[in-house]
Design a protein around this ligand. Structure first.
Ligand code: S3P
Length: 443
């Protein structure tokens, strides 16, 4: 177990290339593995979550070269080329790996068992088990629809029309993956837009994915053609640096220049940029430069400067588009003038930790007035003190409270930061390079 201890103050400056997008990295391996031909991937996130997906496909007989500096060469096994693994597939901390693989494995000819760590074992899986069951899948879970999942292969799946009750890209993707193998058409209607990397990438592999408004479909029985994938930098990782630069005025406010950071080659898919929309409404100076498209995904260099932020009611339609960024958004809100109201965000309770409880607890420790609500919280902007906060083993909570050090008046000791390696193994180095004064302590 590692703790981070961050000294108060400082500013963020320079050019920081954050690692590859986690969602896109997972999908590049999954789709490359079942494609015909060799898929080459660059910019892959070599975080523990993605490595769990990689290990799972290797265990199912897929030949994969790398990762080497973010490069992979996946020798696709074809739609029906996966083999029964010799052991349980360990998804570690990764909800994306477990839920997406449930859809894919429900359609295979062999049985599999998916296991996870303590955090993943608490997360709800009925949201994929139930609709996959309607497609003909057979998946047994532990009590309350939690992992481990025992997936029985060999059955026949048929297409359904699922009107999803939760706005979840993982559920949508699990159904579309199962739909590739199902008889007939599988259709998913989303209650609100969620990240659309699955749809974009399937099209990149030559699969038709018709979409009408909120309704997305695939017809079963086709195949994927290998392609080349360039994974952009992860906006969810960039978000820590964006907020860091916004909240830190400089070493001595008024005399030294404020923070200014350039974050190159970040994915700015419209279904992921809720954090930028929300922060801009709070008064943030964030500029997207050299906007371009790389392999079906929009990308830009993000320039961000220290800004005086004001609290706002976070618009409900932005919540699913910023779902992973709420921990660091809470830090921005704590540093803003006035009140920020977060509602309609009950999904935060079933992430890698209960992020509402985790953020409320830590903010209170740091001296911020915050009121917990079932579906969010109300944060009064104020002055951040210091103290010991728990990450609840959640990578994004850990990084958010570390970034808070830039505006704190005393050191912040963040407990249990080991899981930062799931999404951002190089966080400490890059944060230090950008200007944070940070130490890692063995707990
Ligand atoms: C993800 C979808 C989101 C997000 C997660 C990654 C994906 O989860 O929180 O980090 O890659 O599809 P939900 O589908 O549970 O909202």
């Amino acid at each position: 177990m590692n703790d981070f201890v961050v000294e108060p103050g400082g500013r963020m400056q320079g050019c920081i290339r954050v690692p590859g997008d986690k969602s896109i990295s997972h999908r590049s391996i999954m789709f490359g593995a079942i494609a015909d031909g060799d898929t080459s991937v660059s910019g892959l996130l070599e975080g523990e979550d993605v490595l769990a997906t990689l290990a799972a496909f290797r265990a199912m007989g897929v030949q994969i070269e790398g990762p080497d500096n973010g490069n992979l060469l996946i020798h696709g096994a074809g739609m029906h080329g996966l083999q029964k693994p010799g052991q349980d597939l360990d998804m570690g901390n990764s909800g994306t790996a477990m839920r997406l693989l449930s859809g894919l494995l429900a359609a295979q000819s062999f049985d599999t068992t998916l296991v996870g760590d303590t955090s993943l074992n608490k997360r709800p899986m009925s949201r994929v088990i139930d609709p996959l069951g309607q497609m003909g899948a057979s998946i047994d879970a532990a009590e309350g629809g939690r992992p481990p999942l025992h997936i029985r292969g060999g059955g026949k799946l048929h297409g359904i029309h699922c009107r999803m009750s939760v706005a979840s890209a993982q559920v949508k993707s699990a159904l579309l993956l199962a739909g590739l193998y199902a008889e007939g058409r599988t259709t998913v209607t989303e209650p609100a837009p969620t990240r659309d990397h699955t749809e974009r990438m399937l099209r990149g592999f030559g699969y038709e994915v018709p979409q009408e408004g909120a309704t997305i479909s695939v017809n079963g029985g086709g195949c994927l053609q290998a392609c080349t994938i360039e994974v952009p930098a992860d906006i969810s990782s960039a978000a820590f640096f964006i907020v860091g630069a916004l909240i830190s005025p400089g070493i001595s406010p008024g005399t030294s220049p404020g923070s200014e950071l350039l974050l190159p080659h970040v994915g700015i898919n419209p279904t992921r940029i809720g954090i930028i929309t929300i922060l801009k409404q709070m008064g943030a100076q964030i500029h997207l430069e050299k906007t371009r498209e790389v392999g079906g995904e929009p990308v830009a260099d993000i320039r961000v400067q220290h800004s005086v932020l004001k609290g706002i009611p976070v618009p409900g339609d932005q919540v699913p588009l910023a779902i992973d960024e709420f921990p660091v958004l809470c830090i921005a809100a704590a540093c803003a003038q006035g009140q920020t109201v977060i509602q309609g965000a009950e999904e935060l309770r079933v992430k890698e930790s209960d992020r509402i409880t985790a953020m409320v607890a830590g903010l209170k420790t740091l001296g911020i007035a915050v009121e917990e609500k079932p579906d969010g919280m109300i944060i009064e902007g104020g002055s951040l003190g210091g103290g010991e906060v728990d990450s609840f083993d959640d990578h994004r909570v850990a990084m958010a409270f570390t970034i808070a050090g830039l505006r704190a008046s005393k050191p912040i000791h963040v407990r249990n930061c080991r899981n930062v390696a799931t999404s951002f193994p190089d966080f400490v180095n890059l944060a230090t390079q950008a200007g944070l004064s940070l130490k890692v302590e063995a707990a």
